[in-house]
Design a protein around this ligand. Sequence first.
Ligand code: SF4
Length: 368
Amino acid sequence: MKITRLFMDADIPLDDETQYICSKLKLTPEMVSDSQAVYDAVNGAKDPISAAKTLLYITRNRGAVIRECPGTSHYTCCDYTILHTGTFCTMDCSYCILQAYFHPPVLQYFYGLDSFVSPLDHTFSQNKIFRIGTGEYTDSLIWEKISQGPRFLVEKFAKQSNSLLELKTKTINVASLLELDHNGKTVLAWSVNTPEVIGSEEKGTAGLASRLETAKRCEAKGYKLAFHFDPLVIYPGCEEDYKKVVHSIFSHVRPDNVVWISIGSFRFMPQLKSVIENRFPSSTIPYGEFILGLDNKMRYFKPLRIHLYKILIDTIREYAPNVVLYFCMEDEEVWEKCMGYFSKKEGELGHLLDKSAVAHCKLNPSFL
Ligand code: SF4
């Protein structure tokens, strides 16, 4: 999607940070006294979600810059930390939870790279390992093309020793990051899926081959990598297709440069179904065999999930026996049956991931 309108809070100055965005977008900002004008522009459109992907709002983050990932009740949590740099996305995946998460959805860039400095310095001063990501409420690297945000963060994280920065994306927007002195502290992570799912459900994203070629270029520049098989989508023949994705990953990058791989299957809040039906009438994604999970999200019937997880895990293990694998939001039975263990103690999964972060990203092991 192309951004065609730019809004900006009137009290935000036209300085280097905002002028950079204006020049990249080739747009003059419409100054607004509050967010109402932006909401009106989004809500007044025939398809507010599509409209929201074409309007960028430069505003301030009124909440915490750094917060713990809320996780989901009843499923194992990985103790992740979120750095809140913006919201929503210019790409258009049918299953994207953000469509139903914000009311209305607004593509927001949080102004003030300086405002990250103090909360980050506070985090960096603690005797504890942090895994911090910007890709929970947005795609981390849609911003690379239009802002200095990703570059700023990579350089900031390079100068400390207790935190890993994970930039999670479905783009190939890494040009401004390749030559940076990242000091091994940034992990570039790609969500991956089969070409079939990417073609039918991930509109506007880079193809699998492009994502993996880009991962290879980043690896050559010393970046560590991560991959997220999320959401796995069940369809006839998906098992063979997911095996091929694993093969493609490891024909591009070395297993020892992969910090972790997460696995999660398609799940959705019930209210997302009508959004998908209205916006993506040809998508078949909401019509699988689903049951309501303990967190009130619809998930594939458990035996179907376990079947696909086992195949995927076995395949990954063939190529990368030592890479850390974890489930995003799965329960004890699934962990036991697929991984052969379950971290009963609170914080155990987080600790496993912290250890991998320390080992791959030159973090201080005494903080483990
Ligand atoms: S890339 Fe991520 S954030 Fe963007 S539309 Fe797809 S699922 Fe949503």
